[in-house]
Design a protein around this ligand. Structure first.
Ligand code: FES
Length: 146
């Protein structure tokens, strides 16, 4: 059912953890399955290159595998290039996911976008193509509904 790459990233996830004083943090959740994902980005303010990226996922195996792959894919990229790391691109890099698991890969894309949004807000910049995350449940926004 799962490709070797999905199994590999699920069993040996890359970039698990958190970044202290991260440039941007994004937390998103899927209301249906209840899974939560948080992405931390360390971004160079001059070059806008993502120097480091870590994640924490409270979720299913496909969510773990897609976040692991997504962090690998955005690391070393500029913000603009990271915007191209869509859930489709992540799924392709993992040699596909079963249809019922496609939403899990969306969580990774949304979490990266939420972290980029956080960075953009803090620095007063605009990132082309980036929209305000719908489901950012970051603990900094306590008045936001879960
Ligand atoms: Fe919820 Fe996979 S089942 S993210």
């Amino acid at each position: 059912m799962y490709s070797d790459k999905v199994m590999d990233h699920f069993q040996h996830p890359r970039n698990v953890g958190e970044i202290e004083d991260a440039s941007g943090v994004g937390t998103v959740g899927n209301a249906k399955c209840g899974d939560i994902m948080r992405i931390y980005l360390d971004i160079d303010d001059d070059t806008h290159v993502i120097k480091d990226c870590k994640f924490k996922t409270f979720g299913c195996g496909a969510a773990v595998a897609t976040s692991s792959m997504a962090t690998e894919m955005v690391k070393g990229k500029t913000i603009e290039e990271a915007m191209q790391v869509t859930n489709k691109a992540v799924m392709e890099a993992l040699d596909g996911l079963p249809p019922v698991k496609v939403h899990c890969s969306l969580l990774a894309e949304e979490a990266i976008h939420a972290a980029l949004w956080d960075y953009a807000e803090k620095h007063g910049i605009q990132i082309e193509g980036l929209e305000k995350p719908k489901s950012d449940i970051s603990e900094h926004d306590e008045d936001e509904e879960y």
